[in-house]
Write a new protein. Structure first.
Length: 292
């Protein structure tokens, strides 16, 4: 096993578990089952489930290898219906997944913790950890959420945050290094920035602006000149970061996952990572160009 493969985590958001059209015309259960088998054989360390979905979790539970060869991370429901609802849904997620306990439960949006129900949500998650249902509790954050402040205030076990070859803000600022120094694990997510690095410049969202598109074109040229490709470069960058305990990647099919694993196992390209970062905060927020 390649030493960095265990640092990879597989996110399920692209599985299409609740979509009507299964990938490649195959039944979703067959495709997802093959993906989880590949992930398990390859030694991936984390399975990061999408926001709570009864159908999706049930399907995952039907094909999840036993015992699960990776730590399973589930998402907590919103807390606006009260802590009893949070606990009931968390327990239901475990039941649907066929698990007595899971590696972690994560707050989907850091902003939830600053609402009137935020502390009740957090205290109930801490109680679930103490009860042994989840080994750890965490928070999913954006760069604008101040991950260091979250780590200091709430003392989570882990924080999921975006960082990539194109979006290096939390790395350059030292924020994720500071989070690690506080004893909080870091899971990098959005390492492909919604596939932006894979798009030819003429297909990039117009909302990015001319400067960011030019910078994107330069990054792709540097990758090509380094005899690499965007997938290998994105993975090489993320997996090489000492701040990251895990790197969450998405894949929609078994073939895509196999390509990701092969690229992750390749020697990282010798590239000037600093020269590829975008510096426009709006360009780095997929919420501003999600329609593209």
């Amino acid at each position: 096993m390649h030493p960095l493969i265990s640092k990879l985590g597989l996110g399920t958001a692209q599985f299409g578990l609740d979509a009507g059209a299964p990938p490649r015309g195959r039944p979703p259960q067959a495709e997802v089952g093959e993906m989880l088998a590949i992930a398990g054989r390859s030694g991936l360390g984390v399975l990061d489930t999408a926001a709570a979905s009864a159908h999706g979790e049930t399907l995952l539970g039907a094909v999840l290898p036993r015992p699960a060869p990776f730590g399973v991370v589930v998402k907590a429901p919103r807390g606006d219906k009260g802590p009893d609802f949070v606990e009931a849904e968390a327990r239901a997620s475990l039941l649907r997944l066929g698990l007595a306990s899971a590696e972690a439960i994560v707050v989907q949006s850091a902003g939830d913790l600053f609402t009137p129900y935020g502390m009740a949500l957090w205290e109930r998650l801490k109680a679930l950890r103490e009860a042994g249902l989840f080994a750890r509790i965490g928070i999913s954050a954006y760069a604008s959420d101040d991950p260091v402040g979250l780590a200091r205030r709430f003392r989570p076990d882990l924080i999921q945050a975006p960082a990539s070859l194109l979006d290096q803000r939390l790395l350059v600022s030292g924020a994720l290094a500071a989070v690690r120094e506080l004893g909080v694990d870091v899971h990098l997510r959005s390492i492909f920035l919604n596939g932006l690095l894979f798009l030819p410049p003429d297909r990039a969202p117009s909302q990015l602006g001319a400067s960011a598109i030019s910078r994107l074109s330069r990054a792709r040229r540097l990758i090509a000149e380094g005899r690499s490709d965007p997938l290998q470069a994105a993975l090489g960058f993320a997996l090489s970061r000492p701040e990251a305990n895990a790197v969450i990647v998405g894949a929609a099919t078994a073939a895509e996952l196999s390509a990701v694993i092969a690229a992750a196992a390749s020697p990282p390209p010798d590239l000037d990572w600093d020269d590829m970062a975008l510096d426009n905060p709006e360009a780095l927020d997929p919420r501003s160009w999600a329609a593209a």
